[in-house]
Design a protein around this ligand. Sequence first.
Ligand SMILES: NC(=O)c1ccc[n+]([C@@H]2O[C@H](COP(=O)([O-])OP(=O)(O)OC[C@H]3O[C@@H](n4cnc5c(N)ncnc54)[C@H](OP(=O)(O)O)[C@@H]3O)[C@@H](O)[C@H]2O)c1
Length: 276
Amino acid sequence: MRPTHPRIIFGLHRSRHERRLLTRALELGIQAIDTSSNYLGFQSHTTLANVAGDLLPRLTVSTKVGYFPGAQHSLAPDHLRTAAEQAASDLGREPDVVFLHNPEHSLIEAARDDLLEAACSTLADACAQGLCDRWGISSWDPRRLVVPAQRGLPRPDVLMARAGLLVSADILDAAERLAERLRPTELWGMSPFGGSTAAAVWDGFDSRIFLREPRTSTPIQAAFRAAYRLPSVGAVAVGTDNPDHLGELTDALNLEVDDNMIHQYRELLRTRSQPA
Ligand SMILES: NC(=O)c1ccc[n+]([C@@H]2O[C@H](COP(=O)([O-])OP(=O)(O)OC[C@H]3O[C@@H](n4cnc5c(N)ncnc54)[C@H](OP(=O)(O)O)[C@@H]3O)[C@@H](O)[C@H]2O)c1
């Protein structure tokens, strides 16, 4: 599947939650932000409402539930329901999308596959009751999110998985298998730079080899654009504290990816992941 209109979601995981960044995002045509109940020390929702409450109606807001103060993760329906209610209250508006945040975390510890079904149903019910518009699953490690075939899980609106050149073959494969199994309406990518463009890996090669016309971009822009094909996603959640960087990311959406190079890269990753 080749997305025709790639979109940017401004991710707030590592962001300072400054109004000027949200204003710049809107100026650039970025209409979506992604946060979580646990971002900014569990203060992300209230901070957003305080610094940019008037901007929030112009943005599509996705958030996540699953982590609770005290470094606890839970898929208990009453915890998730309370967190969804709290999100709407703290933001001052219902979020557009509420994700289960890394559900694999609790599933591994509890080893009970009925937990996922109950958690998904809780978010689907929350949407049906007007607490959110859509619901989804955001999984950092989809290898650990095995959904038994016999389970009748509600179909999520959105699945969000890691995207980009730094994602390993087994995680890419697992995300695609999960998408096939769950059949979400949309697949989003996240963390296209693995959390930092200052990491040494980005100095080691020129990502512009993944573009049809390499001369028109920077390596960071090329890496960002390539992330929409690894795996194939319609939107990518990316973080920055620099308004100029937001502009560079927006410009990168016009770049054309060389699908043949992406295919070769996937093959290379798969070969590398085979045991010697
Ligand atoms: N499990 C989950 O649900 C989960 C996990 C991780 C992430 N996410 C989502 O994905 C979003 C992004 O992921 P992430 O925060 O891990 O990191 P990321 O987007 O992979 O990388 C963020 C880093 O990229 C740099 N950057 C961005 N644009 C740049 C540019 N044009 N030039 C140079 N550097 C640039 C930023 O530095 P500057 O500040 O200097 O620009 C920042 O340090 C999160 O905010 C969140 O919404 C979800």
